[in-house]
Design a protein around this ligand. Sequence first.
Ligand SMILES: [Zn+2]
Length: 289
Amino acid sequence: MSLLDGLESLGLGNLEKVDVVGKEEEKEVKPRVAERKVAEKQPKPEETEESYVYTKEYECPVCDNHFKATVVKTGKARLIKQDKDLRPIYKGVDSIKYDVVLCNRCGYAVLSKYYGPLPKPHKELLIKNIASNYRPMKEPELLYSYEEALLRFKLALVNAVCRQAKDSEKALICLRTAWLVRGMKENFNDISFEEEYTEEKLAQMEEEYLKDAYELFIKARQGETPPIAGMNDITLDYLLAVLSIQFEKYEDAAKLLTGIISSTTAGSAQKDKARDLILELKAKLKQRK
Ligand SMILES: [Zn+2]
């Protein structure tokens, strides 16, 4: 499995094996045709997903095309909770699905957070590597299926790689793709997927995206100045500690967490969260013995 398979259907099969993290690694490629055939089940009428989103118009910084994308009404969606790795969970809508702005004429895709004018050299790189080969996907309706959303995230990732975006931006795309896949996993029994997913396969995909996010955030922490992907250094260190525990880098996690607890800039809520994570870390270390 490649993290980017499915791009062949958009004319970008040559980018399926692109090196995301910046290391030489052979990745297995399984081309497939991604086309949505089965409609997803909709939530109860009183809280439809439609009521949480609207259509926004954009102008493409690559081809000047005017296009529309669905965005979440920030004032309406209510945050229920946050996963440990900072994934926000809203009532009635999985907001992550609407995170990527895509021009379906030239294939320009970007996290809405980074949407904006592009320097000329970046524009040229995208025209050469993406727009010249791009075959539009099915024009999306107001609501995106998880699989459409996943394809948009993959496009955002190859766009970021092609225009040599910062590690932090690529890291954030990978992190949010992992969150999207987690959403697919959580809704597994309510959704008919076009692709033959199993819960195990989704779990594996989620872990691979998280791994790339982890490696890229480590590179970003070394090479960029905060805020990194919108996070101050305390928030980033907390996220890295969560991921370090997940990938069994316990010593790194301990260093990051003690750093947060002894920091003069961290707030008391952040320190409490760090202390909770230290307890979890201790329990893991005990299990390992
Ligand atoms: Zn465009």
